[in-house]
Design a protein around this ligand. Structure first.
Ligand code: PLP
Length: 382
């Protein structure tokens, strides 16, 4: 079968399949972004976002993808700060780059796919780092870092904790207040199941103190300006209105499903992919230990010998399923399957079934059906 964009199943870690309800919301007529209708919409989404972040702190919405929030987080804290930049994947590296752009970065690097080096984090704090930057769910490696442990350390050293929750918030356990996270953010095209283009960011009181005192803040992503406008039911610059309509609908859907139910659904989906992979003799990529777990939103699998990623992805695409490869240095060594967005049990099963078929046809596995059967059993829990 030759799939088209209309029928393709996007099992990518963003963009993800978007529910028809959300797609319909995108086509609503425009409204006055300085009028009462927009104020009502913004007030309502900001209120609904707090429990999604599990925070009592302010949440703001930025017209810009996840990287916009990454830059806002670091750019607003101020120049001259020292960031202990935890990197064990591509997005940790991006925060490190931003740290050195706006301040000074002390890299706390491990191999991509390996767990955080806690001793190196302590050493960075001992040497006077003002803040730690860290990815909760490293989408590039399929690994979830233990943020709670880092949060405890930050409190001990009175350092700020900046957490990227782009592929976790709204779909995995992410306890912003309980873990002592000062700034956290997510993107629209991941667990919220929306199109790309919006990011949401939360800021603690002690982070606000630093931000207000900062000598220079970015212009477009100035969080003080965003907060001032949000208090009036507005955004400082023209908001991407269709995406705000979509956000309203996505949050309604999340409320209907329930955050806990969504988190459980994601964990069952991801476990089904992991179990099926093992049943097919495939190896998961992340090296997990007590400081990490396998991600429940994206699974990274080592490329088995006998097939190249280009062949695997093309043969999957021909069967209507789009999967992701490894990024940068992980190109060709892993492939990734996401379960975020409007993905049903049937979609998941279909993905595993087609993966198994392609691997069988290419002589990578020789037992027919073990992966699909395993995924089917795992999904029965739902
Ligand atoms: N952080 C993480 C963990 C991500 O997965 C991504 C995107 O995949 C980003 C940041 C960057 O987000 P965007 O591509 O929306 O700018």
């Amino acid at each position: 079968m030759n799939a088209t964009a209309e029928t393709e199943l996007l099992m990518l870690p963003g963009p993800v399949p978007v529910a028809p309800r959300i797609l319909r919301a995108l086509s609503k007529p425009m409204i006055n972004h300085r009028g009462p209708e927009f104020k009502q919409l913004l007030d309502s989404v900001l209120e609904k976002l707090q429990p999604v972040f599990r925070t009592e702190n302010d949440v703001l919405v930025l017209s810009g993808s996840g990287t916009c929030a990454m830059e806002a987080a670091i750019g607003n804290i101020g120049r001259g700060k020292t960031y202990a930049s935890v990197e064990n994947g591509k997005f940790g590296e991006r925060l490190k780059t931003l740290g050195s752009l706006y301040g000074r970065s002390v890299p706390v690097v491990t191999d991509w796919g390996a767990s955080i080096d806690l001793a190196a984090v302590v050493a960075a704090l001992d040497s006077g780092a003002d803040a730690i930057t860290l990815i909760h769910n490293e989408t590039s490696t399929g690994m979830t870092n233990n943020v709670e442990k880092i949060g405890t350390l930050c409190r001990k050293y009175d350092a700020l904790l900046i957490m990227d929750g782009v592929s976790s918030i709204g779909g995995m356990e992410a306890e912003i207040d309980k873990w002592g996270v000062d700034i956290a953010f997510t993107g629209s095209q991941k667990c919220l199941g929306m199109p790309p283009g919006l990011s949401m960011i939360t800021v603690s009181e002690r982070a606000w103190d630093l931000i207000r005192d900062a000598q220079k803040r970015p212009y477009y992503a100035d969080l003080v300006a965003h907060k001032k406008s949000a208090d009036k039911g507005q955004t400082p610059y023209t908001p991407t209105l269709p995406l705000f309509f979509a956000l309203e609908e996505a949050l309604k859907m999340l409320e209907e499903e329930g955050l806990d139910t969504r988190i459980t659904r994601h964990s069952i989906y991801a476990e089904a992919i992991r179990a099926a992979s093992r049943a097919m003799g495939l190896e998961l990529f992340p090296q997990v230990n007590e400081l990490s777990t396998y991600s429940d939103t994206v699974t990274a699998i080592k490329m088995p010998s006998g097939i190249k990623f280009a062949t695997l992805s093309e043969e999957m695409r021909r069967r209507g399923v789009i999967i992701a490869g490894g990024q940068e240095r992980l190109k060709g060594t892993i492939f990734r399957i996401s379960n975020m967005g409007h993905v049903s049990k049937g979609d998941l099963l279909q993905t595993v079934e087609k993966l198994e078929l392609v691997l069988l046809e290419n002589g990578v596995v020789n037992e027919k059906g073990a992966g699909t059967l395993t995924a089917d059993c795992a999904l029965e829990e739902l």
